[in-house]
Design a protein around this ligand. Sequence first.
Ligand SMILES: [Fe+2]
Length: 241
Amino acid sequence: MYDIHCHIIPYVDDGSGSIVDSVEMSSLAAKTGIKAIIATPHSNIPGVFENYWTDLFDEKIQTLNTEFSKRGIDIKIYPGQEIFCHGDVLSKLRSGGLITLNKSRYVLLEFDFKTQEAEAYSAVKELTSFGYVPIVAHPERYAFAFENSASILKLKKYGALIQLNAQSIIGAFGRYPKLVSEYILENELADFVASDAHSQYTRTPDMSEAHEIVCGKYSYEYADVLFSENPFKVIKNIEIR
Ligand SMILES: [Fe+2]
């Protein structure tokens, strides 16, 4: 398995709070079958987590990789961001202040939980028209998806890919995100499951329970696509059809 959404860089957002936390998160990820992680700090949230990309972030990724290999943890970390949809995301992507997942064509995009669906459609349309492939982070947690599940199909029609949180599938975010995830899985609208891990205690990198649910209720093949094949294609910047 590969995890394309994880808050594992210490001290930059509400994820890992220290290098020890990051080591424990990666060790848990490795034990539960994850081979690589794209580090995705919150970014472009004005006044909260801005985290515009600089060489300093590449150095932080390097430090994590060195630390993990020193401790024999078989996990590779790649650069990325969870980009909050605010202001001119496109020009920040083009200037390098915001980056795609492992500097591929794939952009991990999050919205305010109460965003209007029309805003999500226009962001997706704009990015796709410039050759990016937006991956909508955890749409099952957004109000518009609870109210109108057909919005997921529309996001896909406009060129977005859909990333579910493993924790939504197991019910850790409550009833509605679980129901919306079931709708998305039943209709084969999901493209990825990721951990969106923030720590080694709660919201952890362990996706094994969600993986078992997808294998049991849907199929091993679909689980493979969501947890392994598509995430691997993102890391390698291979087209996903
Ligand atoms: Fe996240």
